[in-house]
Design a protein around this ligand. Structure first.
Ligand SMILES: Cc1cc2nc3c(=O)[nH]c(=O)nc-3n(C[C@H](O)[C@H](O)[C@H](O)COP(=O)(O)OP(=O)(O)OC[C@H]3O[C@@H](n4cnc5c(N)ncnc54)[C@H](O)[C@@H]3O)c2cc1C
Length: 699
């Protein structure tokens, strides 16, 4: 425990392992002094924080979260989990003043430490995260197969958020919705109302877009969620974007209708600070008298009447006491792709054989926990550079000026979300010559505008698509526009530019987040410790492999068994090999030559027997360094029963009344993007469906 304060004053429990403490100590001297040494009372820091961040401070109204709701009275709606999706639901359902809504959340409120974008990687080792280990998938007797082989105990680290705001409090803040084709595929799986055309308005509804480079048609401007470009970037961002152009890719707004191309990251930030779901969707409504939030409340069971098959309430544990609270209308499960299936199964909804084997009475036999999907990556692809253009931990921590810049101006290196500055979405199977250089009506208009705006532009200039004022009538609106898209426009990999690396990770924070062994780090990076280096992280966007989540026991406090099963399907491995090679191609462009970007010349442990940089070598590396960007989804699949669905297209659990699931678990197939924006969209749409279903009810 490194920080502990009185609970009444929004206390903070930050459990830090040795490494994270080292990082905190070196990087946050000022803040640690403030808290641990008592030099600055937390109230002052909190005020400063709220002042600079521009967020309203927490009202101390009678309805605020500090008051314990009367659980003996029924609520209209119970929302389980105040995470990314749950926060949206709480906000939208309490828009109806006649509905009493109780949100039950296991975690605590976030604090100003979680606001700091560059600190995102450290948060997995605090009380704001829940950390599991995946089931081991060792190689077979012939040395084939397996995943997570270079991780501690051969198990990947499975991180999710435990806070008011959920995983959006610990994530890397990248805002990315996925491809139009993703949602059209959901629709095609017997899910009416979920095509891209159907869901786009819900993305737009949430958003308060402050992006400069954007396709204005696809963004919202009046929502709760700030989406913007990080205010600071190293010179490497521009190198990366130029590298993309050099290779023939366009610079795109990846939340528009064209997914293949290069871009700066779009992130959920305000004044350089994290905007979590809690800040965006809950803080503005804390004064609503019909909104009740119970923190530190672990739901252990959804109580279902086995005769009527109706969900009537939930049991939860708070301060070592067990409570029961009932719902007169509905219970909405928003505990995420790892906890939602767990809670359903604990409550008797799940695969019959599995539940019976644990002595759990089966109420509804459904394929809960199957269809687990994630975006596996390879986060150790390191490139050394010959100038101080990266963010190196030791340099950053010895620069109080940088931290003051963050505090006072909301800019500087601390605002880079987890170190990620730019990304590329690529289709490895596309015919590069035709698709990369292919023009479209949209693109030619952008170029026209840019050329008009800046006649000095040449091939090396990053186009400033800011200058577009979109005349909506000029464009064919979706879906007509989308019909022009082909499979080649649907990315199967992403490459993330991280402007730091495992070489500079002196405190071991990244290593710890990724779950790689100390031996791995020592063997690969010890000769390069503290060097300036960046990482290109190839990510597999459309995995064919499927994992599964099961219960370890009928004890709700036991962690579930998570079998990620990365690279079970050989195609996934082949695509990752291509992704790694393309990332190397990106780093080998003229753009990166400026800093003499050089692939770290060290073969990775476990793969030294294979020719360095050969396809077989990268395949071996992928199975060893099977890192993840933690996009768990799919475990309560939305589809018909016939298609192995757990919830129907209105997110109602098949066969059970009064119970819906609305979070990342319902995605039938993982989207080719990041998963928070879709979680918000799912919750926005769920809220509308619930309002529609109860519109004629008497208060
Ligand atoms: C390190 C990391 C980096 C990431 N980076 C990005 C990124 O940059 N961009 C992006 O789009 N996505 C990112 N993700 C993924 C993304 O954040 C999640 O997919 C998304 O937030 C999931 O939203 P959700 O609503 O489904 O669940 P969550 O946001 O996880 O919400 C679930 C909530 O339920 C609560 N809960 C769980 N069990 C119980 C219980 N029994 N009782 C009461 N409450 C309970 C949890 O505490 C949590 O608050 C990242 C994830 C991680 C871990």
């Amino acid at each position: 425990m490194c920080l502990k304060e009185d609970q009444k004053r929004e206390e903070i429990y930050l459990t830090c392992d040795k490494r994270s403490f080292a990082m905190l100590k070196s990087c946050l001297t000022m803040m640690c002094l403030g808290y641990a040494g008592g030099i600055l009372p937390s109230g002052i820091l909190e005020t400063i924080d709220h002042f600079f961040s521009g967020f309203p401070s927490l009202p101390k109204s009678p309805s605020s979260q500090n008051e314990i709701p009367d659980y003996s009275l029924p609520f209209d709606f119970l929302v389980i989990g105040a995470g990314s999706a749950g926060s949206v639901l709480a906000n939208r359902l309490t828009e109806n003043p006649d509905w009493r809504v109780l949100v039950l959340e296991q975690g605590n409120d976030e604090i100003f430490l979680t606001d700091i974008p560059f600190l995102a990687p450290i948060l997995h080792s605090t009380d704001y995260a829940r950390v599991y280990k995946s089931e081991p998938r060792p190689q077979d007797a012939n040395g084939q197969g397996g995943c997570c082989l270079s991780m501690n105990d051969g198990r990947c680290k499975i991180v999710s958020g435990k806070a008011v705001g959920g995983t959006s409090v610990v994530n890397f803040m990248i805002y990315s919705r996925g491809a139009p084709a993703d949602y059209d595929a959901w629709w095609a799986l017997d899910n009416p109302g979920w095509s891209y055309e159907d869901v786009l308005p819900y993305f737009i509804k949430s958003e308060r877009c402050k992006l400069i480079d954007r396709d204005a048609r696809y963004h919202g401007y009046d929502g709760y969620l700030d989406v913007t470009t990080p205010p600071y970037a190293t010179p490497l961002k521009e190198c990366f974007l130029k590298a993309g152009q050099e290779l023939g890719y366009d610079l795109i707004d990846y939340n528009g209708d064209r997914l293949v191309g290069f871009s700066t990251v779009q992130a959920t930030l305000r004044n350089g600070h994290r905007v979590s779901a809690g800040k965006a969707f809950l803080r503005p409504i804390r004064g609503r008298s019909n909104f009740h939030l119970s923190k530190f409340s672990t739901v252990t069971k959804i109580v279902i009447n086995p005769r009527t098959k109706t969900a009537v309430g939930v049991e939860f544990v708070k301060d070592h006491r067990t409570y029961f609270v009932s719902a007169t209308k509905e219970i909405i499960l928003c505990t995420g792709a790892l906890s939602s299936p767990q809670l359903l199964m604990l409550s008797g909804i799940g695969p019959k054989d599995h539940l019976s084997s644990l002595g759990i009475r089966v109420i509804e036999n459904l394929p809960v926990g199957f269809n687990l999907q994630d975006h596996v990556s390879m986060s150790a692809l390191t490139f050394l550079v010959n100038e101080s253009v990266t963010i190196v931990e030791s340099r950053l921590s010895s620069s109080p000026a940088s931290f003051m810049e963050y505090l006072i101006q909301g800019t500087g290196p601390w605002t880079v979300p987890g170190g990620a500055e730019a990304l590329a979405f690529i289709n490895t199977k596309a015919n590069l010559n035709t698709t990369r250089r292919k023009g479209s009506k949209f693109k030619s208009i952008i170029q026209d505008v840019n050329i008009r705006g800046n006649s000095e532009q040449h091939a090396w200039t990053v186009p400033n698509i800011t200058s577009i004022t979109v005349d909506r009538d000029t464009f064919e609106t979706y879906p007509n526009g989308n019909r022009l898209l082909t499979e080649d426009d649907y990315p199967d990999i992403e490459i993330l530019l991280a402007v730091s690396s495992l070489a500079g990770d002196v405190s071991g924070i990244y290593l710890s987040l990724l779950g790689l062994t100390d031996d791995f780090h020592k063997e690969v990076f010890s000769d390069y410790e503290g060097f300036d280096a960046f990482t290109l992280v190839p990510v597999l966007l459309r995995p064919k492999s499927r994992g599964r989540l099961t219960l370890r026991s009928s004890d709700p406090l036991d962690s579930p068994i998570v079998d990620v099963n990365y690279y079970d399907h050989e195609d996934d491995l082949n695509t990752m090999v291509q992704a790694i090679k393309i990332a190397i191609e990106v780093a080998s462009t003229r753009a990166f030559k400026r800093y003499n970007a050089t692939l770290l010349p060290v073969p990775f442990p476990g793969c030294k027997h294979v020719a360095f940089k050969s396809d077989a070598y990268w395949a071996c590396v992928a199975r060893h360094v099977s890192t993840t960007i933690a996009h768990y989804s799919g475990t309560c699949k939305m589809s018909t029963r016939k298609n192995s669905g757990v919830v129907d297209h209105r997110l109602r659990v098949h066969g059970i009344d009064g119970l819906r699931v609305a979070d990342a678990s319902i995605m039938p197939t993982i989207i080719a993007g990041h998963t928070t924006a879709p979680a918000y969209m799912i919750a926005e749409k769920a809220s509308d469906m619930i309002k529609e279903d109860w519109k004629d009810s008497v208060p």
